[in-house]
Design a protein around this ligand. Sequence first.
Ligand SMILES: C=C(O[C@H]1C=CC=C(C(=O)O)[C@@H]1O)C(=O)O
Length: 471
Amino acid sequence: MTVSPCRNSFFVEYKDLYQFLTAVQENCLNNNCKQFVSISLEIDLVDPLVVLDELAEVNEINFYFENKGKGEAIAAIDAVATLSIDGTDRFSKAENFIKNSLKNIVKFSNDNLPFSGPHFFCYFSFFPKNSQADYPFSAATIFLPRWQISIKNQRCILVMNSVVTASENINRILQTLCNKIDTINSLKYYSPNLEVFPANFSKKSVSNANHFKSSVTSALEKIRNNHLTKIVLADALDVHSSNDFNLFKSLNNLRQIHPNCYIFSTSNGKGQNFIGASPERLICIHDQKLITDALAGSAPRGKTPTEDAANANLLINNEKEKHEHSLVIDFITQRLSQIGLLPQVLPPRLRQLSNIQHLWTPISALVPANVHPLKIVAQLHPTPAVAGAARDIACAEIRRYENFERGLYAAPLGWVDSEGNCEFVVGIRSALIDGDRARLYAGAGIVAGSDPEKEFAEVQLKLQALLKALV
Ligand SMILES: C=C(O[C@H]1C=CC=C(C(=O)O)[C@@H]1O)C(=O)O
């Protein structure tokens, strides 16, 4: 079998790649084993969201992650290895799965390619086990994608992860890669316009306004009685559209409307997707430098610059909002210290989104090489920005007050690479999409001094920002 030509620069690497695969296969023969190869190549610039839209199949798992502000986007399509589990030890099992898989992966890559090499994509549920029996996602899913397309600094990298066995036809692997590059090269760059059509939606709150407000009132009573100091209560909105939701257009809208949020989407390979635009980074580790966000305390954006500045000023000086925020800083610094890190609290600032602004304090730390990113995720999730304080009491109360499954809402999702780099966000301002149905989720932190009316309005504001993007 001969391999037909594709992109010019691929020829440069072709000989090396052939030799690499032959050597891997020889090893498989000698040791009677199979191995994974992770091949990274630079390709012509393409929008990973377009690739996702064109190449993802309904029956395959996938993941999309974009931060427009950072000029980064990554799409992971189909899986060569997957772990789906639940339970309180889901983070440590995920860590072991990644570590064991990496022992059996051989990399082919030029140095200095961004997002090169194997990346494991992970998403977790808020609680260790979902109580809704037919909730469509496991409490933890970790996968090594078959295809990964990413953009960083205007460079586009394709990663193919594949299995090599003693009997594998190496030319077939190369032909598959070549065909994929050709297909991707033939895709048009998408014009980044907003596509907001007059919505033909019917909407129904899962709880109803009174249920939410009376839960806040009851929680405030528990706060007064010192049962807890903070609880984050969420609301869900069910939306029924006259057509199936268009994920690609909805994600494109989200990235236009929320350029400084993390846009994410993941599919379970059975037709359901979880998507959103989150302002909250759980952790990002790059070259052992960790950064995490304490994000809590909110105010609406103003309609004029003067009103906006007044709202910001009120937020920065509001004792109730500052208390709500400081509980998150205290929790994060304590939890990082417990695993031997030395957290540095950076100067506080505002995170201003299109419709809402938040108190924001980034926290940094150096991560020793022996501390896996998922150990830190396990240590931090859920922070008081999405659960409350004391955490376990708040989580038990959340189960009692909320009459829907949180599932992936407010839980970590992101990627880990083979060098200990990672990025995880908290899946807030999110929606579960199933054909023509969507369930939207958003919440608000309740502390002493919270007003049920205002908290309800804050949640509605967050839900509207998401709803506006759905088509
Ligand atoms: C729990 C959510 O937001 C959290 C993150 C930022 C600000 C928050 C607040 O001010 O209540 C929440 O703690 C959500 O949007 O679903």
